[in-house]
Ligand binder design. Structure first.
Ligand code: HEM
Length: 467
């Protein structure tokens, strides 16, 4: 225990830790983190079991860690809870050469099935139509938009990966989305995170980590079937989608096994893209509708801009984006206040690193707290208030903000940022073009989110009144 409580010299400070157990009673959520940052400064530490974790808070220090020290935090720590499923493969939780090769392939081919051929834009427009039709079918009655939105968002990445979308009435796919949502919420709970501190022990105990593991196993089985179907139908002369192209890459990279192009990695890349690409964007859209309900004046102003620039006769396109500065500002503010990934994804120091005057030894798990950037009092005029003016200049033109980092920054930053921004713009502008969102009388949704791995709204119902 003496050894376990020993702190390397000049290690970031933190609260007193119980011998052996460490700070297991300190919740790893962004509100607790904000309190600790006030007490210990922008770089502080906690300990769980024998694992030390460093936390980085505030725009200045997060930028220092991710951008100025570009090569310091490019690796993911091994997370026992996820390692059972991911085994170090794929994109989001892999490291080193395999990560570089898989990330590069994904970057190239998300683009190949996208910008060049304008297919991504078309997929999203087609899906926006289905989404608006589904909302219309509710005929202005109260409904919970949760899974329609998740299904719509998921269909965009599904179209890229599998070459097809899933009907909102498809109960098998709905089940997959529910399992995924549950796993992501549970994975962020303090009780589940105990698994990462004590995997050897927790393996034998019941608890939410079990649900996380069974859910992921079921999702993988579903994805395996899609991949097997592609293997049967595969024609290298005529690649239809991402999986087809990946199957060709497996043939091409046979001489380079370290790069990891094989069916096992494909499976994990597929779950990575679906996971990373679904919950985040769908949760942002749910927050978006809640903020529109809360701020009817802002909703009306965005609608007026859309009516003026696009009108009611045609669908929004990406080419409209520069002409809709107010709507763009609203979407950015939704992402800022929605604070979807408050703690970012876990990272570790890939080498001994000095940050804020402290030493972070190679291999130390390090969390850059994105919430602390999105709400940084030194960066935002009204950090705790929904205020699209954060993103507008005095002429009403859109202005970028340095501290807008919902996608993180540096070499590990979100791979899907472009796709996500296309989705948020096309989905939200299409919805606002066709509906006004209102509270169900007596059921104002809560602005208090649920804190799992993501920060998501509590279940709510709304009225989508056709315009
Ligand atoms: C990683 C946010 C949408 C794919 C990340 C990270 C964040 C993030 C914070 C961690 C970056 C880091 O470790 O520094 C978001 C938000 C989204 C969104 C807020 C939507 C509003 C998407 C979409 C895709 C995607 C649509 C799918 C194409 C990924 C992948 C990674 C990632 C693959 C892992 C990158 C790596 O480890 O190298 N995202 N994301 N994301 N995102 Fe997104």
């Amino acid at each position: 225990d003496v050894v376990r409580n020993w702190r390397p010299s000049n290690f970031p400070p933190g609260p007193w830790a119980v011998p052996f157990l460490g700070n297991i009673f300190t919740g790893v959520d962004f509100k607790t983190m904000q309190k600790l940052a006030r007490e210990y400064g922008p770089v502080f530490s906690l300990r769980r079991g024998s694992q030390r974790m460093v936390f980085v808070s505030g725009y200045k220090m997060v930028k220092e860690a991710l951008v100025n020290q570009l090569d310091s935090f490019v690796e993911r720590p091994e997370l026992p809870l996820f390692h059972v499923i991911y085994k170090g493969l794929g994109i989001a939780l892999s490291n080193g050469y395999l990560w570089r090769k898989q990330r590069k392939f994904a970057n190239t081919h998300l683009r190949y099935f996208g910008e060049g051929q304008k297919t991504l834009e078309r997929y999203i427009q087609v899906e926006s139509n289905f989404l608006c039709e589904a909302f219309k079918e509710e005929q202005g009655r109260p409904f919970d938009p949760h899974y329609i939105l998740t299904n719509a968002v998921s269909n965009v990445i599904s179209s890229v990966l599998f070459g097809h979308r899933f009907e909102y009435s498809d109960s098998t796919f709905r089940k997959v989305l529910e399992l995924d949502n549950e796993a992501i919420v549970l994975a962020g709970f303090a009780q589940t995170q105990l698994y990462d501190a004590f995997p050897g022990l927790m393996k034998y105990l019941p608890g939410p980590h079990r649900t996380v593991h069974t859910n992921y196993t079921e999702i993988l089985n579903f994805l395996k079937k899609e991949i097997e179907k592609h293997q049967e139908e595969w024609n290298p002369e005529d690649p239809r989608d991402y999986i087809d192209v990946y199957l060709s890459e497996i043939e091409k990279k046979k001489e380079d096994p370290q790069a990891g192009f094989n069916v096992d990695t494909l499976l994990i890349c597929t779950i990575d893209l679906i996971e990373a690409g679904t919950e985040t964007s769908a949760t942002t859209l749910r927050w978006g509708l809640i903020f529109m309900i809360y701020y009817p004046d802002i909703q009306e102003k965005a609608q007026a801009e859309i009516d003026r620039v696009i009108g009611q006769a045609r669908q929004p396109t990406l080419a409209d984006r520069p002409n809709l500065p107010y709507t763009e500002a609203v979407i950015h503010e939704i992402q800022r206040m929605g604070n979807i990934v408050p703690l970012g994804f876990p990272k570790m120091a890939s080498k001994d690193t000095t940050l804020g005057g402290y030493l972070i030894p190679k291999g130390t798990a390090t969390t850059t707290i994105l919430a602390s950037v999105l709400f940084d009092k030194n960066e935002w005029e009204t950090p705790d208030t929904f205020n699209p003016a954060h993103f507008l200049d005095s002429m009403g033109q859109f202005r970028r903000r340095d501290a807008f980092l919902p996608f993180s920054a540096g070499k590990r930053m979100c791979l899907g940022e472009q796709l996500a921004r296309m989705e948020l713009f096309l989905f939200l502008s299409s919805l606002l073009q066709r509906f006004t969102f209102c509270p169900v009388p007596g059921e104002m949704p809560s602005l208090e989110g649920v804190l799992g791995f993501t920060h998501s709204p509590q279940d709510f119902r709304l009225l989508a009144v056709p315009r």
